[in-house]
Design a protein. Structure first.
Ligand code: CA
Length: 528
């Protein structure tokens, strides 16, 4: 009897679920909602308990909260470091990153936003750029109607209140007017540049920009609207000093050396303080236009300036970690190394390598899947690797956890998209607590990833090879959303469509659940 009725019961259940996507979504989606304005996380009570003990034991041993160091490389491709398949194999060896990855945790499903400013805003607010309004770089001529930082609670502000010293060295790119600078939004100290290298160097680069630099009257106008070409040193509630101006290509080629020397010196000072510290070191390289460090011309085997930049950045990373070791704080410092988006293929050959489809400016994997190396001597076991999904916004929640800042310090009139990933990163067998990653392009909701499935409802299409930003369009998909199984098709070329995945409805309905959060928590408009 049972044998006879079982198949029809299964058939009935399957049919019922297919016609009720919300229930279908619940069945597949492991995340649990615990609060109206926080992104649901996958509960892992055992690993949660284990990490709580581990962090407590460490704090007892060290006598203070851990330091947090983020190293952000600009526009480096997923496939550039040796530990992600590149390195010496593609003419630019990265021995330091490879060593750190070998001694720590190599994440293979880390996601950024698809361009610079959105990622940098997201990691410091724990919120999607569409919520904060920082959906794209602010350009000359933009009329900002509201300072987006005015009502955002930034990570450096929260960590500062929790007793941390906070420093940003390097590229900012989230606004340079007063009120939007790093030392206005929570960092104690800022030493770096407001903009991307190309914006700074184009006024002195006669080879790449002859039409600009060799026309005197063009230069007069350009100088009125250009980004600040100075190295800035600013203090919270204190002075903002212009240190030196980029006047030559050698000057721009040297910036990462100057920035690293500063960070190395500061680490010694910060390590001596009674307070823990949060340091974000954001390289200007390897964003176009790359220019050789004059002290190390032709540093890579490939000899191309992009490749020389990769080798140089890797060398600086080695020196930053050495400085932490020399200062005796390596065992109390969580280090995370990543890139803020995929390679900018429009600038090829001054561009990185990704094995995935698309590039910077797209929500295909090539634009948003980035290296993610987590290192913490004694807290992360050597040789770990995981394809657990990690959104760079999760650095916000993980850092709050390390600093002992409770989520109830955050305003309840805002939606927070981060997940605390401490139990994933700091347990040997830890699994990701994030179920869904949502992909936005400006104000357009584009795609979702759950487990190994990714579904696009809008896509960026390049009108010529590599032209993902300068010659691209945004399009709706047709009757069926473009759905890919990233395990069998990491290049997103073979849609499984409505024919070959049972989870089509699940992904679609989860996109609707996400979109619905904007009804109660509307996106902020800042005039971009
Ligand atoms: Ca970037």
């Amino acid at each position: 009897m049972i044998k006879k009725t079982l198949p029809s019961v299964i058939l009935f259940i399957s049919f019922f679920l297919w016609n009720n996507p919300e229930i279908y979504a619940q069945a597949f989606n492991r995340a649990v909602k615990t609060s109206e304005n926080f992104e649901p996380a996958i509960p892992h009570p055992d690993q949660e308990k284990a990490v709580a003990k581990k962090l407590l034991d460490l704090e007892k041993k060290m006598g203070k909260k851990p330091n947090i160091v983020w190293i952000v490389i600009d526009d480096m491709g997923y496939g550039d470091p040796g530990c992600y398949g590149g390195g010496a194999a593609i003419g630019a060896a990265t021995p330091n990153m490879d060593k750190i990855a070998t001694e720590g945790l190599r994440l293979t499903s880390t996601y950024s936003q698809q361009t610079c400013t959105p990622t940098r805003a997201a990691i410091l607010t724990g919120r999607l750029p569409v919520r904060s309004g920082l959906t794209r770089p602010i350009l000359s001529g933009d009329k900002i109607t509201a300072n987006p930082w005015e009502d955002e609670v930034s990570l450096p502000k929260l960590l500062g209140n929790a007793g941390y010293n906070t420093l940003l060295t390097g590229k900012w790119h989230v606004g340079e007017i007063k009120g939007m600078r790093p030392h206005d939004i929570g960092f104690d100290e800022f030493y770096g540049y407001y903009s991307a290298p190309k914006e700074i160097s184009q006024g002195v680069d006669t080879h790449r920009y002859p039409d600009l630099t060799m026309n005197e009257d063009y230069m007069i106008t350009f100088n009125e609207i250009r980004t600040n070409p100075h190295l800035i040193h600013g203090y919270k509630n204190g002075s903002t000093e212009e240190i030196s101006e980029v006047k030559s290509l050698d000057d721009i080629g040297s910036v990462d050396q100057v920035l690293t020397d500063f960070t190395v010196e500061k680490i010694e000072e910060l390590a001596k303080s009674d307070k823990p510290f949060f340091l974000e070191h954001a390289f200007l390289k390897v964003h176009a236009d790359n220019q050789d460090n004059p002290n190390y011309p032709g540093l890579s085997k490939a000899k191309y300036q992009y490749k020389n930049g990769v080798v140089e950045v890797d060398m600086h990373i080695g020196n930053i970690v050495k400085a932490l070791e020399a200062a005796g704080v390596l065992e109390n410092t969580f280090i995370f190394i990543t890139s803020d988006n995929g390679p900018q293929m429009d600038a090829w050959p001054d561009a990185g390598y990704t094995p995935f489809r698309g590039a910077k400016g797209t929500t295909f994997e090539g634009g948003v899947r980035v290296p993610g190396i987590a290192y913490w001597k004694g807290m992360i076991s050597a040789g770990r690797q995981s394809d657990g999904v990690f959104d760079l916004m999760d650095l916000f929640g993980t850092s709050l956890r390390l600093a002992g800042v409770s989520a109830d310090k955050l305003p309840n009139d805002k939606y927070f998209d981060y997940i605390d990933q401490s139990s994933f990163l700091f347990n040997d067998e830890g699994e990701s607590n994030r179920e869904s990653v949502y992909f936005w392009w400006g104000k357009e909701l584009m795609a979702i990833r759950i487990r190994e499935y990714k579904q696009h409802i809008k896509v960026i299409k390049a009108q010529a090879p590599h032209m993902w930003i300068d010659y691209a369009t945004i399009e709706d998909v047709g009757l069926a959303p473009w759905t890919f199984n990233l395990y069998i098709d990491p290049k997103e070329n073979m849609p499984v469509g409505h024919r070959r995945t049972a989870w089509l409805a699940t992904l679609g309905s989860q996109l609707k659940v996400h979109a619905a959060t904007f009804k109660k928590y509307p996106p902020k408009q800042i005039g971009l």
